[in-house]
Write a protein that binds this ligand. Structure first.
Ligand SMILES: Cc1ncc(C[n+]2csc(CCOP(=O)(O)OP(=O)(O)O)c2C)c(N)n1
Ligand code: SF4
Ligand SMILES: [Mg+2]
Length: 289
């Protein structure tokens, strides 16, 4: 039987209340995600979430949805697996900058090459926050953190440029606190037929207090306010590599490229969960006697 979501996002709530710090950007991302799922108005059984480990991934306790709380950095591969098994599912990954761009970077890079039809929402607070504020791959060079008391030496990683150069077909950046725009971008990412990444700038008032609401107001710009139109990869690249401001919105979208499950000969016939396997494995087993 179809269990329909929702006209009311609070019906997604479990009885567990968030343990995030007051003022944490995870609250507005959580709100945005619940609103986006409500807006999609899909049967609950058609949605599955994969949470990574982190303050961000703790959202797993607060949402009443089909889900898996994965090992740190490993939320993307099981999401791909679920999508391959049942490509009717809307498959969403909730992950931090540490998990997505550090421990799990190989998964981020390699799964986008296949254009697997999943959406990755990265809570980018520029810190490993759950483990109390070490530098992450997106921490700006020179930043003092618990693990870099004299200032970090490494240049920061650019997730938007990586996604563009590595064939992701939906590339966007949002700000956690700009909830209406965040909701729309989440809906567009989930509806996009291919690998969608939304890098969500997320304030962490405890371990990254410098990047607060005022900092984000002074250091971001909305692409639509500059009349940016999605046109060429080159134009998207120029936005992704800007340094004076961080652009917000959708940099790039290509919905002509087929997702993985529509390219593969077996998967094209329908979800694997609908296939019955009429294969005689006796001859194969013979080889190992
Ligand atoms: C394989 C592995 N390495 C390290 C850890 C310890 N660990 C747990 S959460 C975390 C940091 C998470 O940072 P991020 O992914 O940015 O999420 P945030 O807490 O900032 O939301 C680390 C290093 C772990 N649980 N597993
Ligand atoms: S440590 Fe930072 S990211 Fe974690 S709950 Fe607190 S404010 Fe949020
Ligand atoms: Mg983080």
């Amino acid at each position: 039987m179809t269990e329909n979501i929702l006209t009311d996002p609070t019906s997604l709530d479990t009885s567990i209340r968030p343990t995030w710090c007051p003022g944490c950007g995870n609250f507005s991302i959580w709100l945005g995600l619940k609103q986006a799922l409500t807006k999609l108005n899909l049967p609950k059984e058609d949605i599955i979430l994969f949470y990574d480990i982190g303050c961000s991934g703790n959202m797993s306790d607060f949402n009443k949805v089909y889900a898996m709380h994965c090992l740190h950095g490993r939320a993307i591969p099981p999401a791909v697996g679920a999508k391959l098994a049942n490509h009717n599912l809307k498959t969403i990954v909730v992950i931090g900058d540490g998990g997505g761009y550090g421990e799990g970077l190989t998964h981020y890079l390699n799964e986008m090459r296949g254009n697997h039809d999943i959406s990755i929402f990265v809570h980018n607070n520029h810190r490993y926050s759950l483990t109390t504020g070490q530098m992450s791959p997106t921490t700006a060079k020179g930043t003092k953190t618990k693990s870099t008391p004299s200032g970090s030496i490494e240049q920061e990683l650019n997730p938007m440029a990586l996604a563009l150069s590595n064939h992701a077909t939906f590339v966007a950046r949002e700000l956690a606190t700009a909830v209406p725009q965040l909701i729309q971008t989440m809906v567009d990412a989930i509806n996009h037929p291919g690998f969608a990444v939304v890098d969500i700038l997320q304030p962490c008032m405890v371990f990254n207090p410098e990047m607060d609401a005022v900092w984000y107001r002074n250091n971001t710009v909305r692409l639509t306010d500059e009349n940016y139109q999605i046109a060429t990869k080159q134009a998207a690249w120029e936005q992704a590599t800007r340094t004076e401001k961080l652009p917000l919105g959708v940099f790039w979208k290509d919905d002509q490229k087929l997702p993985y499950h529509q390219e593969d000969a077996v998967l094209k016939k329908g979800p694997l969960v609908d296939h019955s396997l009429n294969v005689d494995i006796a001859p194969i087993l013979e080889q190992f006697k």
